[in-house]
Each structure stands twice: as C-alpha cells, then as structure tokens.
Write a protein that binds this ligand. Sequence first.
Ligand SMILES: [Zn+2]
Length: 95
Amino acid sequence: MSKKPKTNISQENINEARSMLKITISRYFPLKRKQHRLVGLCPFHTEEPHYLSFNISDKRPDEWICYACKRRGDAIDFVSQFMKISYEKAIKEIA
Ligand SMILES: [Zn+2]
C-alpha cells in the first residue's frame, strides 16, 4: 500500500532536483534572509504562528522545515505537496 511507485527517473535527476530547493521555493513564495537561514511564510498551514515559520538553514541547504506545522522535506516533497502532484511529476516540474 505504501510502496513508492516505480520511476524511471535517475538518482542523478533526483539529486539535481533536490539541490534546486531555494530556487524552486522562490518561484512560489518569497524567502527572506535571517542570519544563517532563509525564512518565509509557510504555505501549508494557516494557524498561528504562521509568520516566518518556514526555514531553510545554511547548514542543510537541501532541506526545509516548518517549525509550526512540522512539515519538512526536500524540493521534491515541497512541490509535490504544494501542487498536489506525484513525486515523479514534481521532479519534472523542478527541472
Ligand atoms: Zn507550516
């Protein structure tokens, strides 16, 4: 039931899509620099605290986390959740 669908997308393409996190997210909403991280308005929840709960740390530039709703992931997770599309389609969307 929870098996990932078979994909013909290579690991290389997946890694490339993941490395595009900041650029990808900037297409959907603005990120602001705050010391050693980028912050923004999380699009996945509306409850407080909403403002600047969405974070990308310079230490882990390929991952995002929202401290309010606890969602996290990479660029592919973001696009697939935000656009409600499959993992595979999300990779193509980023490319
Ligand atoms: Zn959130």
